[in-house]
Design a protein around this ligand. Structure first.
Ligand code: NAD
Length: 459
């Protein structure tokens, strides 16, 4: 595997630095950090345990804070917590830069995390945002519930994914002219993405006036052992919530035939899991079946955009985790599949949360982000099959998300910035980083900024 230096520009903290994290943070040259993205590299999506090489993830995510949200890069700090790796190949690799031992788990791991969270908030303030990325299931859920009411933190794999997927569903509801609570949803996969999305769907149903238990009953999950039902073995605490009274079933095809869902969401990284049979069945009992093949990368998608649109004769409402080209059906209709990329959510959430100094990020903030994103999809986008605004409008999308989050935060007494900015949009935009040059000096020749813009437009 190749790694460039740019992949690894961040702060490395190892398990052997325990007791010294506060002084390590002093080594980072920037003092005004507003957003930290941290990983321990254990479950880098699609690639598994990358150990120390997981640093590319926080670096990349924070680059998106700047590129998509406008967060000044110097306010962003990527962190890799190196606790070892269980990746044998890396342990044997003479060029591996990380600790050469198995992952440290248990109390020592927890102590490191506790110390890290405390050190970050002591140095950069209690409102410094800490985004968790690519932690394994076993740590992701429990660390989120441990820290969410104590620090300004969220887990993007759980909550960011949830918001982007629910935004897609809310946009789909504008097509089907239905409410969230009218739907029965089957997940293929019951990991971080599925749990996060299901939680936010339940909240959206509650907002429509339904009790939480009623919402939970409309959500079903299939994991590697089959349909999650009451009494089945291998049920974690998170899975228990979605275990209903029902006979056990192994195959997704049988589950879909039996439950007749209105929406299926693929988040198990099992390529082709949405078979021709499943897609045809979905179209047979739904006028507009919702089919989200969210697994990444493209090679892991549950079905392709073309399969969805062709097999449903253009009736399928499709979103994917990876990009797909537009699809033209034999009757001439062209559909533009929506890509449910988390980059629609976390830069805007980060911008909004840091702009008004929200000390704890509630789940409602993610629902607000999802609703705002869905609202930004135009009727024209919907008519062409797009469930998300075009990616080229991402800076504007992020700013609008940030403004809505600020409005929500002040309304619900969550913001600690005082006085409350009267024009939040102007305030948010005043904080964002501009990539425009005032002027550009090349070989002693001074190019005015607008002439550079003309030059780059011509390229
Ligand atoms: P995860 O490891 O937490 O969960 C994977 C789940 O799939 C587990 O519950 C596992 O039991 C289940 N699974 C494995 N094999 C299965 C099988 N044969 N049949 C049914 N279920 C099976 O991973 P995650 O974070 O939930 O991510 C899952 C997928 O979703 C990945 O491909 C990821 O790229 C994708 N994802 C997409 C987005 C997005 O599009 N915005 C965001 C996050 C994750």
């Amino acid at each position: 595997m190749e790694h460039s230096l740019a992949d690894e520009m961040g702060l490395f903290i190892t398990i052997h630095d325990s007791g010294h994290i506060a002084s390590l943070l002093q080594n980072w040259p920037e003092k005004d950090i507003k957003a930290v993205c941290v990983t321990d590299g254990e479950r880098i999506l699609g690639l598994g345990d990358l150990g120390c090489h997981g640093m590319g993830i926080p670096v990349g995510k924070l680059a998106l804070y700047t590129a998509c949200g406008g967060m000044p890069p110097e306010q962003c700090l990527p962190v890799m917590l190196d606790v070892g790796t269980d990746n044998e190949e890396l342990l044997k690799d003479p060029l591996y830069i990380g600790l050469r031992h198995k992952r440290v788990r248990g109390q020592a791991y927890d102590d490191l995390l506790d110390e890290f969270m405390k050190a970050v908030s002591n140095r950069y303030g209690i409102d410094c945002l800490i985004q968790f990325e690519d932690f394994a299931n076993v740590n992701a859920f429990r660390l989120l519930s441990k820290y969410r009411n104590k620090y300004c933190t969220f887990n993007d794999d759980i909550q960011g994914t949830a918001a982007v997927a629910v935004a897609g569903l809310l946009a789909a509801l504008r097509i089907t002219k239905t409410k969230m609570s009218d739907h029965t949803i089957v997940f293929q996969g019951a990991g971080e993405a599925a749990m996060g999305i299901a939680e936010l769907i339940t909240m959206a149903m509650e907002k429509e006036g339904h009790k939480q238990e009623e919402g939970l009953k409309k959500i079903w999950m299939v994991d590697s052992k089959g349909l999650i039902v009451k009494g089945r073995d291998s049920l974690t605490h998170e899975k228990e919530r979605y275990a209903h009274e029902h006979p056990q079933m192994k195959k997704l095809e049988d589950v879909v035939r039996k439950l007749k869902p209105t929406a299926i969401i693929g988040v198990a990284a099992v390529p082709g899991a949405f078979t021709e049979q499943i897609i045809r069945d979905m179209a047979s009992f739904n006028e507009r079946p919702i089919i989200f093949a969210l697994s990444n990368p493209t090679s892991k998608a549950e079905c392709t955009a073309e399969q969805c649109y062709t097999l449903t004769q253009g009736q399928g409402i499709f979103a994917s985790g990876s990009p797909f080209d537009p699809v033209t059906l034999p009757d001439g209709r062209t559909f533009y599949p929506g890509q449910g990329n988390n980059a629609y959510i976390f830069p805007g959430v980060g911008l909004g949360v840091t702009a008004c100094a929200i000390p704890h990020i509630t789940e409602e903030i993610f629902l607000t982000a999802a609703e705002t994103l869905a609202h930004l999809v135009t009727e024209k986008d919907l008519s062409e099959g797009r469930l998300y605004p075009p990616l080229c409008s991402i800076r504007d999308v992020s700013a609008k998300l940030a403004v809505k989050i600020m409005e929500y935060a002040y309304e619900h007494n969550l913001a600690s910035l005082r006085p409350e900015p009267s024009d939040k949009e102007v305030y948010v935009r005043s904080l964002t980083y501009s990539t425009d040059y005032d002027e550009f000096v090349v070989d002693s020749y001074r190019w005015p900024a607008d002439s550079m813009a003309v030059q780059s437009c011509k390229l």
